[in-house]
Structure formats: C-alpha cells, structure tokens
Ligand binder design. Structure first.
Ligand code: DCP
Length: 230
C-alpha cells in the first residue's frame, strides 16, 4: 500500500544540524505534484518550493511556455535554457529550514524534458550538446545534489484526463503521445534506471488515485519521506 524504496540510502540518514536536506517531487505533467507539495506545506514546517512556471509564462512579457507548445522545434531550446536557469536558482537559493521540498529539479529538466525534445527530433543535436555542456559544468561546479526523489508514478491516460480538466491554456494542444513519451523517460530514469546515473534514493508512490486517496498516501508515506532527515 505504501511506496517502494528502490535503492539503498547512500547519504547520511540524519541531519547533523549542519547538513540540509533536499527532497524533489517528480512526475509527469499533471501527475499531482502540486497537491503533494500543498499537503507537506500545510502539515509540516519544511520549506516548499513550487516550480517556477509563472516565470516561464512571463519573461519580460514573453510567454515561453506558450511559445514552446506552439512550435517546440523553434522554442524548445529557448524554454529549456530558461528552465535550467530558474531551476539552478532554486537549487542554490539559501535554505531557510533544515528540509526543503522542491517541485521537479534541474535533473528532470535535462534528463526528461530536454532529452524528450532531442529524441523526438525537435531539438537539433548542436542545441542539445550546448545545453548538455552547461548542465555538466553546473553539476561539476555547483551543488545541485538531491537527497531523495519522490516519484509520483501515474499512467499517461490519467494525466491526460487531469490535463484536460484543469485547462491551462498553453497545454490544450498537448497530445497523449507527449505524455506517453515523458512517462517512458521517467520510468527509464527512475524505475528501470537505464537512463543516466541516479545517485540518490527514489521513493515511488502510485499516483493515479483521487485527491482523498492521495492525501492518505502522503500521510502513510510521511515518515518515510521526512523522518530519515529530521
Ligand atoms: N515543462 C517543460 N519543461 C520542463 C518542465 C516543465 O516544458 N523542463 C512544462 C510542462 C508543463 C508545465 O511546464 O506544461 C508545468 O509543468 P508541470 O507538469 O511540472 O506542472 P504541473 O502544474 O502540471 O504539475 P502537477 O499537475 O503535477 O502539479
């Protein structure tokens, strides 16, 4: 009923009073990350950072998210360069509490979204390589490490239904195949572990359920998520 821990804890289990902990919530578009973050924001005193999507929709008046969905071959690189910057800003922002929970990460931005644009032929190889060099430089020189990934595992069909229901205007044109591709990449990265190296523990939570049941699941998994660090 609970979640599944996929690998051994290879980072210190407890806070020594100095070390701060970063937990990232990952999952497909409309997988329910916001609900998860809301639950922990309301019921704990940890710091919660939601995805900077408002920024992506208004870069000095330009809606990069909208542009990307209208023409991903042209604007994919533009959005993803900016996403990488805003994620880096989140990872490096001084922490105000011993535990921070963050929506997605610089890692999924690159390993899932950039990877998907490249694999689907909508990002030229040279753009992909430049973003990769930036990403590798960042990982080598700046601490963007993560202590725990909580993966909200959904079926793409459920995400598609939720997406239609919530009606974010930029996302109206997202086809089912896009959610399927993002889902496959998440599974390869976090479950099958065939895509990129992952060095932190992953807690998988099935997230196809309704709001009530999901709240119960977060309640059930609360200690597994927070206790090792408190
Ligand atoms: N996005 C993107 N590239 C990224 C990250 C996100 O193109 N590197 C897009 C996908 C969505 C939008 O940004 O259209 C918002 O992303 P999320 O799926 O993270 O946010 P949601 O609000 O959909 O999350 P949830 O419904 O799980 O709360």
């Amino acid at each position: 009923a609970g979640g599944l821990l996929l690998c051994s804890w290879d980072k210190p289990l407890t806070n020594d009073g100095k070390k701060k902990t970063l937990i990232c919530i990952e999952g497909n578009i409309a997988s329910g990350k916001t609900t998860c973050l809301d639950y922990f924001a309301k019921t704990t005193s940890i710091e919660v950072l939601t995805e900077p999507v408002a920024k992506w929709r208004n870069v000095h008046g330009h809606n990069l998210l909208g542009l990307m969905y209208q023409d991903s071959s042209r604007w994919g690189i533009t959005l993803q360069t900016y996403v990488q910057l805003t994620m880096l800003e989140h990872h490096t922002r001084p922490m105000v509490s011993p535990i921070r929970m963050m929506e997605r990460s610089i890692h999924s931005a690159k390993n899932i979204f950039v990877e998907n644009l490249y694999r689907s032929g909508r990002m030229p190889e040279v753009d992909y390589l430049v973003l990769t060099e930036w990403f590798e430089w960042i990982k080598k020189n700046i601490d963007v490490s993560v202590d725990l990934i909580v993966y909200l595992q959904t079926s793409p069909e459920i995400c598609y239904e939720r997406l239609k229901r919530r009606c974010r205007k930029e996302e109206k044109i997202i086809p089912m195949e896009y959610l399927q591709a993002i889902h496959e990449l998440y599974e390869e990265w976090l479950v099958k572990r065939t895509l990129f190296n992952i060095s932190c523990p992953v807690l998988v939570i099935e997230a196809d359920h309704d709001l009530q049941k999901m709240t119960e699941k977060y309640e059930e998994n609360r200690d597994r998520i927070l206790t090792p660090y408190s």
